[in-house]
Design a protein around this ligand. Sequence first.
Ligand SMILES: Cc1cc2nc3c(=O)[nH]c(=O)nc-3n(C[C@H](O)[C@H](O)[C@H](O)COP(=O)(O)OP(=O)(O)OC[C@H]3O[C@@H](n4cnc5c(N)ncnc54)[C@H](O)[C@@H]3O)c2cc1C
Ligand code: FES
Length: 289
Amino acid sequence: MSAGQLHICRCADNIYVPRSMKILRIIDETDDREIKSFDLVPADGGAEPFRFVPGQFCELSIVGEGEAPFGIASAPAEESFVRFTVKRIGRVTSRLHSLAPDAVIGMRGPLGNGFPLDAFAGRDIVVIGGGFAFTTLRSLLIEMMQDDERERFGKLSVVYGVREPGLFLYREDLAVWEARNDVDVLLTIDAPVPGWDGQVGFVPQAVQDLAPSAENAVAVICGPPIMIRFTLPVLLELGFGREAIYTSLENRMQCGVGKCGRCNVGHKYVCIDGPVFNMAELDELPPEY
Ligand SMILES: Cc1cc2nc3c(=O)[nH]c(=O)nc-3n(C[C@H](O)[C@H](O)[C@H](O)COP(=O)(O)OP(=O)(O)OC[C@H]3O[C@@H](n4cnc5c(N)ncnc54)[C@H](O)[C@@H]3O)c2cc1C
Ligand code: FES
């Protein structure tokens, strides 16, 4: 156990019982204040370390409002808190946005499979994100950039696009990554705005311009379906095989643990077989995701 490591109480043994988590910190991520990050710690201290893999998610609950799934945005290496980045959209998320530090909410998880880091080892990694679907990509990138992890992976490239500069998440992290010489970061916005001297254009074009080598490489792509639809042919054209292109699905969920059948696509349950799949796996499913 290391100093500052997040510990979770033993009630987590029952998959349906949420742990009580206290909001340690709230970060306004975007200029429109529609997306906030919530850093959580156990409300009553904890007995068990919180272990997870980047790409996994948790169900967050608020009494009287309900429960909803959110990707874990912090990395396992960030041991003293667990972060979720939440867009205000409906009941749970609106109530969450109204809370202040020290408020207590419920958390179940970690759930789902996460990114297969062992399968990524030794390969170049191209991380492609669009809009606010960058949450688990942050977790993945922070983890891969840890001193004791970085050398497990080859060249690391990031392409991240949003509509306008004020919508980039994790701006402090982006600045740190841009300053490193062991990761290429390409940020792009949809249309020119005064004060932006970076790339302008949509993500598929940015990937085409970057033209990452597909040799011994994997691509991880999360974003709006339209972005994924137009980026996929670019990656295929560059030579990425469908089994080397990973994404994370955000199907509607309820239990999050493979019991209720709410999230199934064909014979797969997104909550336990996913949410991370490669394109070859998705090709075998009915196109209802
Ligand atoms: C694995 C996973 C990871 C996720 N990670 C994040 C995250 O990191 N940050 C984040 O902000 N959100 C994330 N989501 C999405 C989030 O769980 C939903 O937006 C959730 O429904 C919000 O709850 P709510 O009670 O505020 O919205 P609700 O009141 O349930 O719904 C609000 C509106 O959104 C629609 N809606 C809700 N869920 C979906 C859906 N899955 N597909 C299509 N329409 C939907 C509803 O029809 C309604 O119109 C994730 C979802 C999954 C499955
Ligand atoms: S959400 Fe219940 S089975 Fe997946």
